[in-house]
Design a protein around this ligand. Structure first.
Ligand code: PLP
Length: 419
């Protein structure tokens, strides 16, 4: 399908891919301008500008404005939950939810996630305890979660990584058996379903991110969605300094409000969401076709029976079989201006402050550590043209074809400092 959201052509057709050597050695980069992972999906500009003008005309820029309320209502309806509370970002939304749900002591989380999942706990002196993942799904393994429970444990935060639902049933079973609260970091999973039910409706509450890199963006933004009236009421107070009315503060609070400009962008993008999915899915399927049957290169797949946002194109590279390592492939691609990413290398447990607090955490995280060495994310999204995807695939195929020879050449080729 034609992607009407893509930027204007970057270069003359056909692209000059590999009509010489790889750019890392001396060739011309395949792309004149960088291709990023997670460039924002932007919806209808005319609609957006109308809304922005509306904000300026009304001089109502924040505090329960009409766009925030519309955005919240649209999300709650789409997910099928009673409450959606929009916030300034998902990290603050997680922090507030964790406090509103009464978590303390220790909370079990994956290490294979964005650092904010752990930081949102540690920020309020709750200890994130890292449990290993199932290598087949990249999400928390309920048996490993159960093994990490101590008398101080009060909750579990699962992460629906890449927009694929985690083992919700297994985690709920462990949580119920041990009297723990179950929350989800659904930062990747807006518009995705799990066993036919929309993600956002599981556990006590879930958190979406609307950061610019996420499938649905409001620039910066996030939301808590929940069916619990009690949690929703507490979060509404907490995200607005604890104000229950003019001059009346009933709670310890902070400022987690979403502003009207963000909500206008979020609402506009939400209206174009089906088109974003279609573009993402077409890119994903093109990657799948054009990288099929490459030894040692597996593309993380999405269950076609579920709703998905197809926001992430994730390769798992088995260096032994592919003949080229993940890091070498990354080096080659970056020189071609394909800015692939190693999410979530090296794992939260190897980042500070956790690496100082728990220097031996890796011993209990073998699957996390192995996966951190294998994963590579490729650019996708509405900023890419279909033919850009094909060029990236050609580069990957060439790298695998020449794998061992390339590894030898790279080993003796000096790494240039970034420009
Ligand atoms: C992006 C992300 C967050 C943080 O979202 P922000 O809106 O940027 O604060 C949290 N968890 C995961 C898994 C993420 O990918």
């Amino acid at each position: 399908m034609a992607n009407s959201f893509a930027d204007s052509p970057r270069q003359a057709e056909p692209p000059p891919v590999l009509d010489g050597d790889f750019a890392v050695f001396s060739g011309k980069p395949a792309f004149a301008k960088p291709l990023h992972v997670g460039r924002p999906n932007i919806g209808d500009r005319t609609r957006l500008l109308e809304r922005l003008n509306g904000i300026l005309d009304s001089r109502w820029v924040t505090n329960a404005g009409c766009y925030v309320r519309q955005f919240e209502a649209a999300i709650a309806e789409q997910i099928g939950v009673r409450h959606c509370i929009a916030m300034c970002n998902a990290t603050v939304a997680l922090e507030i939810l964790i406090r509103a749900a009464g978590l303390r002591g220790e909370v079990i989380v994956p290490s294979f996630t964005f650092i904010a999942t752990a930081h949102a706990l540690q920020w309020q002196e709750i200890t994130p305890v890292f449990a290993d993942i199932d290598p087949a799904t990249h999400t928390l393994d309920p048996a490993r979660v159960e093994a990490m429970i101590t008398p101080r444990t009060t909750g579990i935060i699962g992460v629906h990584l890449w927009g694929r639902g985690c083992n919700v049933e297994g985690l709920q079973e462990v949580a119920t058996r041990h009297g723990l609260k179950l929350l989800f970091d659904a930062a990747h999973a807006f518009g995705c379903s799990h066993r036919g039910r929309m993600i956002g409706s599981f556990g006590e509450a879930e958190v979406f991110s609307f950061h610019g890199t996420k499938f649905l963006n409001s620039g910066e933004g996030g939301a808590v969605v929940t069916k619990s009236d009690e949690i929703a009421a507490r979060i509404r107070l907490m995200k607005n300094f604890g104000f229950a009315g003019e001059d009346r503060v009933v709670y310890l609070g902070t400022n987690g409000k979403m502003n009207e400009f963000s909500a206008a962008l979020g609402l506009t993008n939400l209206e174009c969401m089906e088109q974003f999915v279609a573009v993402n899915r077409a890119h994903y399927e093109r990657y799948r076709r054009e990288l099929a049957a490459l030894p040692g290169i597996a593309l993380v797949d999405y269950d076609a029976r579920e709703k998905g946002n197809y926001q992430y194109v994730v390769l798992e590279i088995d260096a032994g079989r592919a003949g080229i390592s993940r890091n070498s492939l990354l080096r080659l691609l970056r020189a071609e201006n394909v800015l692939a990413r190693r999410y979530f290398y090296p794992g939260c447990h190897r980042m500070q402050p956790y690496r100082s607090y728990f220097p031996h955490a890796g011993l209990l995280l073998p699957h996390t550590e192995a996966l951190c060495e294998r994963v590579l994310l490729l650019p996708t999204g509405t900023a890419l043209r279909d033919e850009d995807v094909s060029v990236v695939c050609r580069l990957v195929r060439a790298a695998v074809r020449e794998g061992p020879g390339l590894e030898r050449r790279l080993a003796s080729h000096p790494v240039r400092p970034p420009a």
